[in-house]
Design a protein around this ligand. Structure first.
Ligand code: BLA
Length: 505
């Protein structure tokens, strides 16, 4: 663990990553108060920028190029109200080209000078590539093809060895669902990681600051110096922010030497990340990073509309299935046989891996579920009028059911005929059984001081442990589908009974 911080694997969501008091060494930082007085700077400022900073020196007295000064003064003038938005310009100091990136928050105006070794025209050519990339992204029809194209484009623009699309799940664990990589690297596609690999404070930060670069994992952090009584500098929006040492070890254990990630924020929530790795240090210039940020924003907007479209398609499909089922139910005396005829469609719309239909002691099965397990499941159900029943963990099942249900711990039950024990059951397996684990568990060559946990395999083991005996819960969309189905079945049954009564009269 980072010495003296008290932060370890168990409490890493408490690490205040926005105020590390340190930066990465490929640049220097100056921080001014809203009056334009210099309050703190990185210890490498003199060496990189060619002048020795002095506490409370006015910005106008610093030996900066005129355009940089103008940019800083403008930010200082705007810093009072809403703050100034982040801007960047190129500048040369002590014979070195820098991107100077300026932004402000409620207390400070921060200027970061990031060293750049690539010429401006090369950078401009890459940024242009991003433009064509964006047009193609907007035309994608599914989230899968969209993310795959995006990772290929980000790889082409940045040169990373490996670029992954990482999508968060209902419980903040995540899946690698798209990947572009150099030959000779083992794919991570299909791998799943626990929520704790990206702790809560990091997720919060990543929704407001959407891109971060660790240019060289082996870096020695540079401390900030300045007025001793000042509160720590908030680096939430700083591009040179030094990252968590725990995360650095994680990447080291993976054999990664440089990392960048870009947030995909949908409806204000962190939906996923584009995560990039390189086996050697890689300093991606600021404007290329901004091009990636724009790609991620287009991605987010496209995800949002595809998501909405997918949801609408599900609702439409469910209505269709319902109509067909009801037609059959109105003609067919045997309700279970009617359900069985539509089983495949019902399983799809209910998001189930298997179905069980039960009534008056009869039990029918659709899917890879044994009759014994189905009978045990039916026997565990309440007989009262409970209409919709959900169980997502083994602990929610009656103790008497025991091991009889096998891996089928996820249940969504629709009590369509309480008087006759009529149930439609949608079932899901334990999550561990449904995961497509991309790489074979391997012996990992590197493991750091904090051990196995901070490796992809160790982290997967952690995930398995955290979800053992649970199934993925049904989301709001599927629950709505289920409730509408149940209501329609009740209506059909009443119609049917009314008809039978009439026939009898
Ligand atoms: C941050 N963890 C991150 C980030 C990623 C991951 C992408 C964002 C930072 C970056 O861009 O590099 C996780 N990276 C992954 C995963 C893969 C990957 C899952 O490439 C899969 C291939 N991490 C842990 C544990 C802790 C932890 C146990 O595994 C804490 C005990 C902490 N991760 C942690 C912290 C950050 C982080 C604190 C924030 C780093 C920062 O921005 O300062």
């Amino acid at each position: 663990a980072p010495p003296g911080t008290g932060i370890d694997l168990d409490n890493c969501a408490d690490e205040p990553i926005h105020i590390p008091g340190l930066i990465q060494p490929h640049g220097a930082l100056l921080a001014f108060d809203h009056g334009g007085a210099l309050r703190s700077w990185s210890a490498n400022a003199a060496e990189l920028l060619g002048f020795a900073p002095v506490l409370n020196e006015q910005v106008t007295r610093l030996p900066l190029q005129a355009p940089v000064l103008a940019q800083l003064r403008e930010c200082i003038d705007d810093s009072g109200a809403d703050g100034c938005t982040r801007t960047a310009i190129e500048t040369t100091m002590a014979g070195q080209v820098f991107d100077c990136i300026v932004h402000s928050d409620a207390y400070r105006v921060i200027a970061e000078f990031e060293r750049r070794d690539i010429r401006s025209d090369t950078v401009a050519a890459f940024a242009l590539k991003a433009h064509t990339a964006i047009e193609r992204l907007k035309r994608q029809k599914t989230i899968g093809t969209l993310l795959q194209l995006a990772v290929e484009q980000v790889r082409a623009i940045t040169g990373f060895d490996r670029v992954m699309a990482y999508r968060f799940r209902h419980d903040d664990s995540g899946d690698v669902i798209g990947e572009a990589l150099d030959q000779g690297l083992k794919p991570f596609l299909g791998m799943r990681y626990p929520a704790s690999d990206i702790p809560a404070q990091a997720r919060r930060l990543y929704t407001i600051n959407t891109l971060r670069l660790i240019a060289d994992i082996a870096y020695a952090p540079v401390p900030l110096v300045g007025a001793p009584g000042d509160p720590p500098l908030d680096m939430s929006h700083a591009v040179l922010r030094s990252v968590s040492p725990i995360h650095v070890e994680y990447l080291q254990n993976m054999g990664v030497a440089a990392s960048m990630s870009v947030s995909i924020v949908v409806n204000g929530r962190l939906w996923g990340l584009i995560a990039c790795h390189h086996r050697t240090p890689l300093r991606v210039p600021y404007s290329i990073r901004m091009a990636c940020d724009v790609i991620a924003q287009v991605l987010a907007a496209t995800v949002q509309s595809l998501d909405a479209r997918e949801r609408a398609a599900l609702v439409e499909q469910a209505a269709h299935v319902r109509t067909h089922l009801i037609e059959t139910l109105l003609q067919e005396d045997d309700v279970l046989a009617a359900l069985q005829r539509h089983a495949a469609d019902l399983a799809t719309t209910l998001g189930a891996e298997a179905l069980v239909f039960a009534q008056q002691g009869r039990v029918l099965v659709h899917g890879a579920l044994s009759h014994e397990a189905a009978t045990a499941i039916v026997a565990s159900l309440p007989t009262d009028g409970e209409e919709v029943l959900q169980r997502c963990g083994r602990a929610e099942w009656p103790a008497a059911t025991g091991a009889a249900i096998g891996p089928w711990v996820g249940l969504l039950g629709l009590h369509f005929d309480p008087a006759n024990g009529g149930w439609l059951l949608a079932l899901r397996r334990e999550q561990v059984e449904t995961i497509r684990w991309g790489g074979k568990p391997e012996k990992l060559p590197h493991t750091g001081p904090l051990g196995h946990r901070l490796t992809p395999r160790g982290s997967f083991d952690e995930w398995v442990e955290s979800v053992t005996d649970t199934a993925e819960p049904w989301d709001a969309g599927r629950l709505l589908v289920a409730e509408q189905l149940l209501a329609e079945m009740h209506r059909a049954s009443m119609t049917r009974h009314a008809e039978l009564d009439r026939a009898r009269m």
